[in-house]
Design a protein around this ligand. Sequence first.
Ligand code: ZN
Length: 168
Amino acid sequence: MATLHDIIRRIRNCQTNETGWLYIAGASVDLSLTTDAELGCPNFDEEIESAGFAEDNLRPTIDISTLTDCIEWADRLSGSNDDNAVLDIIRYYIRFDAWPETLNAPGPPPPEASIRDLDRQFADQLGPEDQSKPCRHDDCDRGTVTLSVFCRRHHFESIQNRPYPFDD
Ligand SMILES: [Zn+2]
């Protein structure tokens, strides 16, 4: 059984002009250079995967031209032919269907709706404002939240470094 590293070397050496797909074993988040991998052609007309691959628990991920693009992108980011960088880009691409701006990038940011949920949680856990202790922000007549010299809005803005997204 070949490893992902073997496949990358094969493509770097142009030892393949197939139009197939990269098959890998296991979860994409665990992908490493020693992960079992193979190039193959899924047969979309039939229920069964290419002969033998199903028994080896290999599954198709990206096609060879995307794989080649991943290698080129990784080489550009690393400024060398670093196969660990290639691994990083391939793993990211398979997981998130995108090329990261940098090596070792975390996943893409959560969608706007869940950012708003997180902001709401953050704001709510600050608790009520205490009107007997005025907010220290200029021209603010609100009270402070617990453990802060600011009201909810100004505490949020001083911590998050961006405008408070709510009306309360
Ligand atoms: Zn305030």
